[in-house]
Ligand binder design. Structure first.
Ligand code: OSB
Ligand code: MG
Length: 367
């Protein structure tokens, strides 16, 4: 399959609700969408990067730069057979920039699935036709607002509810939630808001019966996560700290976590995601699929990944309605009974609303 043409677009999409984490908030997403054209097949993927370097070191602008100045010129004209290696081979020397690389790598998987006439889930080795899903609730202005938000998501049937925390909005807030919702599977995500000096504040988290605490410490501090995990019975989950299978190997060796949130873009794509998945399965540990406030295009890739056997914990894969007034794919993603159906059509298995995307596009580059 020869890649004949690539188009990168920036499409502004406004979240239905402001979403705040410990490092800051956002409502307007600058969604980067990539289209690869190969021998009559068209593949859409999403570069899920944030606007500022607050979650990882990449930004909308660095991804645009690396994609348009480095990756796409090298990829157009290439012939692809194996999506896990072929597409990015000429730029294998790139250091970092996993989200920019992943947008291309993942589109390659969609192309390969379409060429073979199978779903992305089938090509990846998925074993589930629906996946358990949860929701990620941003920091709220008050406990009342948080309780109302949680009540709504419990009502909607999500399999678990993740609560964003930061110093000052943590223990007492979570105790209040636990009292009001004694049976809801909760977890907490700190997005690196603590240090090991906060141990006296983190140890009592064990009373809260949380499924896990996600990324409590710095993104580049695997050692201290290991020291923290040794003091907690609550499983530590790493998100920001894991940008490759090598990072996962180190984390397991040190005992820094008991589960990993795999976001395919954060680790450079599906090949690396599967390597981490396989390593965790071999270690007898569960993984789950994280989210980056994706449009329906990015979500389709996540649902396919989450159908792999080791993704036994609910992912941050919520309904289109949780994010957008109107999604850019049809059918929109829905949650029933705490699960999301894995699309069965060829490739990502959802229809991309090309006319609407064209109308919304504010920046475009073509190769
Ligand atoms: O830490 O998992 C995170 C969103 C943006 C950046 C980081 C994170 C998140 C989420 C949202 O938690 C998950 C979702 O897409 O629903
Ligand atoms: Mg996280």
């Amino acid at each position: 399959m020869k890649i004949e043409r690539a188009v990168l677009r920036e499409v502004p999409l406004r979240l239905r609700e402001y979403f705040e984490i410990s490092s800051g908030g956002q409502q307007d997403r600058r969604v980067l969408l990539l289209t690869l054209f190969a021998e009559g097949i068209e593949s859409w993927s999403e570069c899920v990067v944030m606007e500022t370097p607050s979650y990882s070191s990449e930004t909308t602008e660095t991804a645009w730069h690396v994609l348009t100045d480095v990756i796409l010129p090298a990829v157009v004209g290439r012939t692809v057979d194996d999506p896990s290696t072929d597409l990015l081979a000429p730029v294998a020397w790139i250091r970092g920039h996993p989200m920019a690389r992943a947008a291309v790598e993942m589109a390659g998987w969609d192309l390969a699935a379409r060429e073979r006439g199978v779903s992305l889930s089938a090509l990846l080795g998925g074993v589930r036709d629906r996946v358990p899903v949860g929701v990620s609730v941003g920091l709220q202005s008050s406990d009342d607002a948080l309780h109302d938000a949680v009540a709504g998501y419990v009502e909607a049937g999500y399999s678990r509810v993740k609560i964003k925390i930061k110093p000052g909005r943590d223990l007492e807030m979570l105790r209040g939630l636990r009292t009001r919702f004694p049976d809801v599977p909760f977890m907490a995500d700190a997005n690196s808001a603590y240090t090991l000096d906060d141990l006296p504040r983190l140890e009592p988290f064990d009373e809260l019966d949380l499924m896990m605490i996600e990324q409590p410490l710095a993104h580049d501090d695997v050692l201290h996560h290991a020291r923290l995990q040794a003091r907690l019975s609550t499983p530590v989950c790493l998100d920001e700290s894991i940008e490759s299978d090598g990072d996962a190997e180190l984390a397991l060796e040190l005992g820094a976590c008991r589960t990993i949130n795999i976001k395919p873009a954060r680790v450079g794509g599906f090949a690396e995601s599967r390597a981490i998945h396989d390593r965790m399965v071999a270690a007898g540990l569960p993984v789950w699929c994280g989210g980056m406030l994706e449009s329906g295009i990015g979500r389709a890739y996540n649902v396919a990944l989450a159908s792999l056997p080791g993704f036994t914990l609910p992912g941050d894969i919520s309904a289109s309605r949780r994010y957008w007034e109107r999604d850019i794919v049809t059918p929109e993603f829905e949650v029933h009974d705490g699960h999301m159906a894995v699309p069965t059509g060829p490739g990502i298995g959802v229809e991309v609303d090309v006319d609407r995307i064209e109308a919304l596009t504010v920046r475009r580059a073509e190769f």
